[in-house]
Design a protein around this ligand. Structure first.
Ligand SMILES: [Zn+2]
Length: 141
């Protein structure tokens, strides 16, 4: 397989580029441990697609539904919260798996930095003629 942009054979799977640039760190200070991760710039560029958040929209819907008893204007918040929650839920279940599969199948070119599906090499596959080594005819002393 070669790069679709510059035909270089020096390509790496995007998921490996992403994982190789991640560093998980943990710092202990005063009895508390702070955990986090560092990312290289190329890892950030090769990051997988992210799911859309649901918690904030659900909270807007839930709190608005509670406050409706005080003012009917909260119906607006409940409708917007529920609508966005459903929209993001549908995106996470329908669109996200497609984007993730595309990301998982993509490669990054080490020469030009292009990302995408590689071009399959046609025909010209080299095979190496390997002759097995013969065992020694004399036993070692
Ligand atoms: Zn390239």
């Amino acid at each position: 397989m070669t790069c679709g942009n510059c035909t270089s054979a020096d390509i790496r799977k995007l998921s490996l580029v992403y994982e190789s640039g991640l560093t998980f760190v943990g710092v202990s200070s005063g009895g508390k441990t702070i955990r986090g991760q560092n990312m290289t710039a190329v890892s950030l560029k090769a990051a997988p697609p992210a799911r859309r958040g649901l918690v904030g929209w659900f909270l807007l819907f839930f709190l608005s539904a509670i406050f409706i008893q005080f003012s009917l204007w909260w119906i607006l918040g409940a409708v917007v919260g529920l609508g966005k929650f459903v929209e993001h839920l549908m995106w996470n279940t329908r669109t996200y798996p497609i984007l993730y599969r595309q990301w998982d199948a993509a490669y990054m070119c080490e020469r030009c930095g292009a990302m995408g599906e590689p071009t399959p090499t046609t025909g010209d596959v080299r095979t190496i003629d390997v002759t097995p080594l013969e065992p020694p005819k004399q036993a070692l002393p």
